[in-house]
Design a protein around this ligand. Structure first.
Ligand code: AHR
Length: 635
């Protein structure tokens, strides 16, 4: 028997309770959410012809026969360093092919917008042809541009695909002979999210939108920190004109990765402006995290000397101005000029990602002082490192408490049993201390980032069990997010991940549907659900939390049955008059190892049914290994 006290609000549930954590890992940005289809569009990768092939040219013979592409530097200055000089000797044969991000996903009858810069140098190249081709070189769409100018000029054209193909490439051929310079060759599908230019992949944004996330944390993760300080994420380089955003090597390019991706770079076409815009689109509070002057401690651990920390702190202050300042401020003007005169209503800022130890505390203090002096209403998120317990964690927490830290970010990547066992983790947290942001967590079926890890049902329902514990402690736990969020099936470095995609499709894992169930049913007020006066924390493998929603006038119970048998439970709800029927939303797999896949993307997804409410009693049979949300309208 479970008892629910509907009348008494224990605490308010924060609108930020369930959010999303975005990091450009696993091709999440370039090659994923960011809909650009050309890899290395401005020839800026470490090897400037990465992503580009010249199948008919023989560089060793100087390409006397067909032609050659050479990368040339504009100058040492500026942010767009390179361009490509193409010399055509014999128009019959030379081809330049862009391979996309593990191919290009193209859809039948969809239009694709091509843009580029070109400058004629000598001879007469009269036409440049662009074609989608499949692996057999079959043409699946074509367009061309006529280069007219000897100065850098912008050209645009549109291709329509004649077939759906996950592994298309873009072939470029030339008519005439001569030399021409090319740069910023870019290709976007017309069906980006809300049809934006430089836009995002619609199916992926839709999945995020459907979560109704309370916040969007960006841009990471370790990517914030960089392998070295020079490689940290610098938000100022990610805003303004897209062509002027300087490409950088991705932190997940090589190291700490089961699947090194030497062709993993950041174009920053999806930059801070776009992250703020995405937050707004999906109704999430933006939560940017910035470098605190410490490179990833799993890499070099490079530290900025304390007497050189000012530019890092200034970046944080300027970011707040970028988000919230009006157009009379320097950074507010940058935002307004980018097409968003209204402020983005930034409320939170994170200082450092996953840093720990005295080096972190020393740096955090400087940020805290400067941010609070100028922006006392901005809430600062601090970190405790990657440890959910132990000496480093204890030290961090102790010091942060002394500093009156407002919100502390905790991370845990543990096995599923840990999640079930630690459901009481926050029961004894100091109610007067810092609030908690469970900023990165995911149950690991094998081991952190293992290639064998699965997004299986046991991991998902164990996370759900743990989430009932976070929800029961909503007074302390005010933001939570699964991590990582997105992974390209051929470009990942980390497992498990919440949403998997290829060039054409995407699907939510069971973990995604757990997040969706909790987030879509977060309610407004926490109420007590107990068994014999105690919280339901795994007795008979049952886990439970309860809320009411004062807007929809519903009581919402979340019950996880982690047992191999179904359990028939009677629930007494006191303190409200209830409708005689409720809606049950049930999530369950076909056994603990069950998963979703591209072929069966919604195999494990919420199913709704009705149940009877007799006065103030509900008798419900919770299936084996299930997560159930029971919703009852109050009269
Ligand atoms: O989510 C993957 C990584 O895990 C993040 O980049 C980092 O913060 C954590 O170690």
């Amino acid at each position: 028997n479970l008892q629910v006290d509907v009348a008494k609000t224990v605490t308010k549930i924060q609108p930020t309770m369930y959010g999303v954590f975005f990091e450009d890992i696993n091709f999440a940005a370039d090659g994923g959410l960011y809909a650009e289809m050309i890899k290395n569009r401005s020839f800026e990768f470490l090897f400037p012809m990465m992503g580009w092939q010249e199948p008919n040219s023989d560089r060793h013979k100087l390409n006397e026969k067909s032609g050659i592409a050479n990368v040339i530097q504009y100058s040492q200055k500026g942010t767009n360093h390179n361009y490509c000089r193409v010399t055509i000797n014999d128009a019959s044969g030379y081809e330049l092919i862009n391979e996309g991000f593990r191919g290009m996903g193209i859809k039948k009858d969809l239009k694709y917008n091509l843009t580029l810069k070109a400058s004629k140098i000598s001879g007469n190249i009269s036409k440049i042809k662009f074609q989608f081709i499949d692996k057999n070189n079959k043409v699946l769409g074509e367009t061309s541009v006529v280069p007219t100018s000897n100065d850098w000029s912008n050209y645009s054209a549109q291709l329509t695909s004649s077939a759906t193909e996950a592994k298309a490439k873009l072939k470029i051929t030339f008519e005439g002979n001569g030399v021409i310079d090319l740069d910023n060759i870019s290709l976007f599908p017309e069906d980006t999210w809300v049809g934006r230019k430089n836009g995002l992949r619609k199916d992926l944004v839709q999945l995020l939108y459907d979560l109704k996330p309370g916040f969007l944390r960006f841009p990471g993760g370790c990517i914030v920190e960089g392998r070295t300080l020079a490689e940290r994420y610098q938000w100022k380089k990610s805003v303004g004109n897209v062509e002027d955003r300087e490409t950088a090597v991705n932190r997940w390019n090589m190291e700490f990765s089961h699947r090194p991706a030497p062709d993993y770079f950041q174009s920053f076409g999806l930059g801070f402006f776009e992250y703020f815009q995405l937050s707004e689109d999906i109704g999430a509070s933006p939560l940017p995290i910035l470098s605190c002057g410490m490179a990833c401690q799993f890499n070099t651990g490079q530290l900025v000397p304390m007497d050189q920390i000012d530019p890092y702190v200034q970046d944080a202050l300027d970011l707040i101005e970028f988000a919230n300042g009006d157009a009379t401020t320097a950074w507010g003007k940058v935002r307004a000029d980018m097409g968003h005169p209204k402020p983005f209503n930034l409320k939170f800022i994170g200082v450092g990602n996953e840093q720990w130890g005295p080096d972190y505390i020393e740096r955090f203090k400087v940020f805290q002082k400067a941010i609070k002096a100028k922006y006392p209403n901005i809430t600062i998120v601090s970190g405790t490192g990657p440890f959910p317990d132990g000496d480093f964690y204890d030290y961090g927490m102790k010091e942060l408490k002394k500093l009156n830290a407002e919100i502390v970010d905790e991370h845990y990547y543990k096995d599923p049993a840990w999640f079930r066992k630690n459901v009481t983790r926050y029961d004894n947290y100091d109610r007067k201390g810092p609030k908690i942001f469970a900023g990165e967590y995911a149950a690991q079926s094998v081991a952190i980032a293992s290639p064998e890890n699965k997004n299986n049902w046991e991991c998902a329902f164990s996370e759900a069990a743990f989430m009932t514990g976070m929800e029961r402690n909503a007074e302390v736990v005010q933001l939570t997010s699964y991590a990582p969020l997105l992974a390209h099936v051929e470009g990942w470095q980390w497992t498990p991940d919440m949403i998997w995609f290829n060039n054409l499709q995407s699907y939510g894992t069971p973990n995604y549907y757990v997040q969706k169930l909790f987030s879509n049913n977060k309610g407004t007020d926490l109420i007590n659900i107990t068994k014999d006066g105690k919280a339901v924390t795994g007795q008979n493998d049952l886990f439970a939390s309860a809320v009411k929603d004062v807007n929809s006038k519903e009581v919402i119970l979340k019950i996880v049955n982690a047992n191999a048998a179904s359990q028939n439970v009677s629930i007494d709800l006191k303190g409200a008059k209830l409708e005689s029927k409720g809606i049950a939303v049930i999530l369950k797999g076909d056994g603990i190892n069950d998963e979703n896949s591209f072929d069966a993307p919604t195999k494990i997804s919420p199913k709704e049914s009705e149940f009877k409410v007799s006065g103030n009693k509900v008798q419900y049979d919770f299936p084996a290994y299930s997560v159930t949300v029971l919703k009852i309208k109050m009269k």
